[in-house]
Design a protein around this ligand. Structure first.
Ligand SMILES: [Zn+2]
Ligand SMILES: [Zn+2]
Length: 132
């Protein structure tokens, strides 16, 4: 086998491998770009999903997300912070679903009613004859 044939084989291999390498490199770049785009899209979907779930500000219809205590545009109060565990609570909730803390005017009223009911209960059990 003479040297010239070896050089020719070398050149052929070189010119077949280089385009393959270039194509693979381009495909790799494309994949990375696609993955990033997919990630960005997912993030966007997550965001819009959140706004769909938690809706818009009643006052100015700005999209709002879970955890917003105030509308960032019109400053309307959207939620409360639990005094017990500091988690976000919806404005109409009067009991924290996480730690059981009761708060707000409605909670106080409910608590008073509960206490009253308990007092009535205990009165009824202590003096069963007087209740009849
Ligand atoms: Zn608003
Ligand atoms: Zn709580």
């Amino acid at each position: 086998m003479d040297l010239w044939l070896l050089v020719q084989i070398g050149i052929v291999i070189f010119f077949t491998l280089v385009p393959i390498a270039v194509v693979m490199f381009l495909l790799w770049i494309k994949r990375v770009v696609d993955e990033n785009r997919e990630l960005a899209k997912k993030e966007l979907e997550l965001w819009s999903g959140d706004t769909d779930e938690y809706g818009r500000c009643e006052a100015c219809s700005e999209p709002i997300r879970k955890g917003f205590l105030y509308c960032p545009v019109c400053h309307k109060k959207l939620g409360n912070k639990c005094p017990g565990c500091h988690r976000f609570l919806k404005i109409k909730w009067t009991k924290c679903p996480y730690c059981g803390e009761e708060y707000g005017a409605a909670a106080v009223e409910a608590g008073q009613q509960k206490q009253l009911a308990m007092k009535l209960d205990s009165a009824a059990t202590q003096h069963p004859s007087s209740a009849q």
